[in-house]
Design a protein around this ligand. Structure first.
Ligand code: ADP
Ligand code: SF4
Length: 704
């Protein structure tokens, strides 16, 4: 970390303490509850992940959703639990670590109701009226349907929250959430689409909000007012519903609840709008829905919006939109965001790019990973700190060892930065005029300009480091490398897109050799397809749909074809797939699903249905294929068989997409790991293995 300078007085307001009920937050930086993929099975990993943000200056650090009872079981998605004494011990690791840095610890008490299928616990899902959540969303559903809660179920639900609140207090939490958002059980009571009840909990907005007030009261009473009680509430749908007595049902509900919690945490209702990719939404995108809340309550309000600009944050406070700046993704990308603002180092903020690879980790069921912050999730397992890298570069004749990094894409830049921090003398060479690798093209695709932050952050830091030299326009052959005189060589020369199609079912297929067949690399190099253009996408992440958008924006008639059942099918993992379909409709991009390209003669494309083989044709003058990427490096291969020792080269590494092609997050991770481990012996690389706290052994107790 560089030396602190004076804080800009404009940002002082962000560091004013503010009370949340009986607790005092030291500043306005509030890490709201967000999924981390870290369940109670990895308590040390989780504690270290959250504690890093406390160390980085966030005034409040929260858990992700924390189930209050086994009837709220989100498996196979990873969620935390607060069911018993073993869970208390697991969470206490996190609260202790957070308190050690002077931050408050929040817990998101959570019951999923009809959202959770209880696949592991096998209890019937609960709901106000038996209406399933997301009935049209087959990916998350099972054939199970929720049962209707009777009045004793409602009493149980309130009791479970109260009991979980007691356990939360024992675990050391300061802020206890009641969660009425994102389709979960209390939210289902709020929305008339799900709540058809005719008892005191259904009908009018007052009745539908009754459960929330009772839950908040129960949590407060269970902890005797010692802890703060927060309400997290989704307002997008309520805001869209008319009310007889207020501007919208959202206004009516917030007025009814105005004095109930100690804090309002306000948000949107759907993954794609609540946690939207930067491709389709900008910083502060929730404001239009949530800005009214502060006018109806005196309690502090926190909200999110992928805030990374301190000026935007100040504006949120000054204009009376929010009292706390909520952060989920910005806190993952840069746990030290508050500290950098506090010490006048805003230019060092590692800004979230809004790619949502972090969200995909939760959908994948694994610990969080981040494109911008390769240390996220590795704080405990590998002992990686996002700001502090041990200076361990050995010296030769008084000078640190010298590393040549070839390729200035995400992996090469990250490797150079981390090696520079380790104290090596680093040379980063790229054949292109600008650094950035694949991002030179990708960040110019529609909506992806924020992705250039991957380059901007790293180049900004690299250009400040006296031990790093940057050499653009420097194509390197093996002979150049051997002559260079580096003790270590890192090859990060990237991957290539292949002009091959895929077969039916899951079989591979061959090259398409028609005229005007392009890959993303061809377009990046300046090729201009003739329209109409067909884009065949079996990569199924963002590239195919983003190229289709770019070509449509250039005025071409575009047909997008995919072997999957939806455009950008993997984008369901990053919350962007629904938005891709909306974008296609806006841009009048035709799309065809469950088909593969079997031939192209420059005028007509032949297609086959993925499963039946039924044939069809599409007129197109050009074909762009986004499918497979191939790693490997001719340079690395040549160096591997060279006399490296004679050239003084002690170690040779292949990293990033050249090693294994993947998303940019995989490239920055690989580059970081290569740099952290360069020069170390295997026994010097420690990888911790976490384990859960053991619950009571009922069988053994019964046998005694
Ligand atoms: P990654 O995602 O692994 O960082 P990229 O494809 O983004 O990979 O970046 C690879 C970079 O390597 C590109 O900027 C490319 O110009 C550069 N490069 C490839 N081959 C050479 C070479 N022989 N000499 C110098 N630079 C190279
Ligand atoms: Fe932001 Fe992407 Fe990192 Fe998530 S993975 S925090 S969206 S940069």
């Amino acid at each position: 970390m560089s030396q602190p300078t004076a804080r800009n007085p404009r940002y002082d307001v962000l560091f004013e303490p503010l009370a949340i009920g009986p607790k005092l937050a030291k500043n306005r930086f509030f890490q709201v509850p967000h999924a981390s993929g870290m369940t109670n099975a990895a308590p040390h990993v989780r504690a270290a992940f959250r504690a890093m943000k406390a160390e980085g200056g966030w005034g409040v650090i929260s858990t992700g959703a924390c189930s209050v009872h086994p009837s709220s079981d989100d498996s196979p998605f990873p969620a935390a639990t607060l069911w018993d004494e073993a869970d208390i011990r697991a969470h206490a690791l996190m609260t202790d670590a957070v308190h050690a840095h002077g931050a408050l610890a929040g817990v998101e008490l959570w019951h999923g109701g009809a959202v959770t299928m209880n696949r592991t616990t096998r209890l019937a899902s609960l709901s106000p009226s038996g209406v399933p959540w997301m009935a049209g969303h087959p990916g998350f559903m099972s054939s199970a349907r929720p049962r209707v809660m009777d009045s004793s179920d409602i009493r149980d639900l309130i009791r479970w929250h109260a009991e979980a609140a007691v356990r939360a207090e024992q675990a050391g939490f300061d802020i206890l959430y009641v969660y009425a958002g994102m389709g979960y059980l209390p939210y289902q009571f709020l929305l008339s689409d799900y709540n058809k009840r005719t008892d005191a909990y259904g009908g009018s907005a007052r009745n539908r909000a009754r459960l929330l007030i009772e839950l908040i009261d129960a949590v407060r009473e269970a902890t005797h007012g010692r802890q703060a009680v927060a309400l997290r509430i989704s307002l997008q749908e309520l805001r869209a519903r008319p009310s007889d007595t207020a501007e919208s049902e959202a206004h009516e509900v917030i007025s009814l609840l105005a004095d109930a919690p100690d804090l309002f945490d306000v948000k949107m209702d759907y993954s794609s709008t609540d946690c939207s990719v930067s491709r389709y939404s900008s910083e502060g995108s929730h404001e239009a829905v949530i800005s009214f809340v502060k006018q109806l309550t005196d309690k502090p309000v926190v909200g999110v919006g992928r805030f990374t600009s301190p000026d935007t944050m100040v504006s949120m406070l000054r204009r009376g939109v929010l009292d706390f700046i909520g952060g989920a993704r910005p806190s993952i990308a840069d746990p030290f965001l508050p500290e950098k603002i506090r010490t006048g180092r805003e230019d060092e903020i590692r800004e979230c790019i809004g790619c949502n690879l972090c969200i995909s980790s939760w959908h994948d069921g694994v610990w969080v990973r981040c494109t911008q912050n390769p240390t996220a999730g590795e704080e405990w397992r590998r002992g990686w700190h996002p700001e502090k890298v041990p200076v361990t570069a050995p010296a030769i004749q008084g000078e640190a060892e010298n590393v040549l990094v070839i390729g200035g894409g995400p992996s090469g830049m990250e490797a150079a930065l981390t090696l520079g921090r380790r104290g090596y003398r680093v040379t980063l060479a790229d054949q292109a005029r600008e650094f950035g690798g694949r991002l030179r093209f990708e960040s110019r695709l529609p909506g992806l300009s924020a992705w250039n932050r991957v380059t901007e952050y790293r180049l900004g830091r690299l250009s400040q480091m006296p031990n790093v030299s940057l050499f653009p326009e420097s194509p390197m052959q093996a002979a150049d490398v051997l002559e260079f005189g580096a003790q270590h060589v890192v090859v990060a020369t990237g991957a290539r897109w292949l002009p091959v199609t895929c077969g039916m079912n899951e079989l591979p297929a061959g090259r398409v050799d028609g005229p005007r067949v392009y890959t993303p690399d061809d377009l990046a190099a300046g090729a201009r397809p003739e329209g109409p253009v067909a884009v065949f996408d079996y990569d199924n992440y963002y590239m195919g749909s983003a190229i289709a958008e770019m070509l449509a924006d250039q005025g071409h008639a575009v047909t997008y074809i995919t072997n999957s059942g939806a455009a950008a099918a993997w984008g369901i993992m990053t919350n962007e797939q629904p938005l891709v379909h909306q974008s296609f409709a806006r841009r009048e991009i035709a799309y065809r699903t469950l088909e593969v390209v079997t031939g192209f003669d420059g005028e007509t494309l032949t297609l086959a249905q993925t499963f039946s083989g039924a044939k069809s044709r599409v007129a197109a003058r050009s074909l762009v294929i986004t499918g497979l990427r191939e790693g490997g490096s001719a340079l690395h291969e040549a160096l591997a068989v060279s006399d490296l020792a004679a050239a003084g080269v002690r170690s040779l590494h292949l990293t990033g997409d050249a090693n294994a092609p993947g998303a940019i997050a995989h490239a920055t991770y690989q580059g970081h790991r290569t740099a952290r481990e360069l020069g170390l012996e295997a026994h010097q690389i420690n990888v911790g293995r976490d384990a859960p706290f053991a619950p009571r052994d009922f069988l053994a107790e019964a046998a005694e």
